[in-house]
Design a protein around this ligand. Structure first.
Ligand code: 13P
Length: 254
């Protein structure tokens, strides 16, 4: 049985004070969430604050990005060991906003994922197609290449620790969620590719769905056989709405 992993990607939102207030409101709401891994990925500036705020709770901390280098003259970058130092358990790599706005390549994503893993930070590797790619029937080809190349440096004996996030770009921040059928179809293809690449570990790897996940659609998405959690943007900024997603509850807080 794969344990669901529900992660909040706050993107460039929340100051330290706002992160602290979120934690104070959120932690009591998810105390009883024992069946899922709950993860918060704040901006780098709030990692330290949240690290302290999450102490003693079961909620994990994640980074939104990382530098693949160990250390050195890389102005503005953050090394994997700086993330472990702050207690990060997970690290998002290859988010479509990094790929499209900052030109991140599959090769860079692969190096970042491997660097995280070598420091025992579990990578959340994002893949997903644009609307144009979907409409021209290229979804499987595009996602297949992203997967193969972004996971190219993962040692097979560590693959089970890697999380893949399928985030169709046309569903991110648009309010347009993929239907459970569309999402499951791609997740099943991803599962098949992971099995081909990593053998039995492919069945253990968790595949999250991301793109306009909210309390009202979390339950049906999470009910699909190959959807093992969610990577949530907008609806994760509010403690109430994110806690409803964690509990896979229906609701209208988002
Ligand atoms: P939204 O949930 O705001 O669509 O964002 C999804 C996302 O990009 C999470 O990484």
């Amino acid at each position: 049985m794969r344990r669901p992993v529900i992660a909040a990607n706050w993107k460039m939102f929340k100051t330290t004070g706002e992160a602290q207030a979120f934690a104070e409101a959120f932690l009591p709401l998810v105390k009883d969430a024992q069946e899922v891994d709950v993860v918060l990925a704040p901006p780098a500036t709030a990692l330290s604050t949240l690290s302290r705020a999450l102490e003693g709770s079961a909620v994990h901390l994640a980074s939104q990005n990382v530098c693949a280098e160990e250390e050195g003259a890389f102005t503005g970058e953050i090394a994997p060991r700086m993330l472990t130092d702050l207690g990060c358990r997970y690290g998002i790599v290859g988010h479509s906003e990094r790929r499209t706005l900052y030109g991140e390549t599959d090769e860079q994503v692969a190096a970042k994922a491997a660097a995280l893993l070598s420091h025992d930070v579990l990578p959340i590797v994002c893949v997903g197609e644009t609307l144009e790619q979907r409409e021209t029937g290229q979804t499987f080809a595009v996602v297949g290449v992203q997967l193969q190349e972004s996971l190219a440096k993962i040692p097979p004996d560590r693959a089970a620790q890697v999380v893949v996030a399928y985030e169709p770009i046309w569903a991110i921040g648009t309010g347009k969620t993929a239907t459970p059928e569309i999402a499951q179809e791609v997740h099943a293809m991803i599962r098949e590719r992971l099995r081909e690449q990593f053998g039995a570990a492919g069945d253990e790897m968790r595949i999250q769905y991301g793109g306009s996940v909210k309390p009202a659609n979390a339950k049906v998405l999470m009910g699909q056989p190959d959807i093992d959690g969610a990577l949530v943007g907008g609806a994760s900024l509010d403690p109430e709405s994110f806690s409803q997603i964690v509990h896979f509850e229906d609701g209208d807080a988002a």
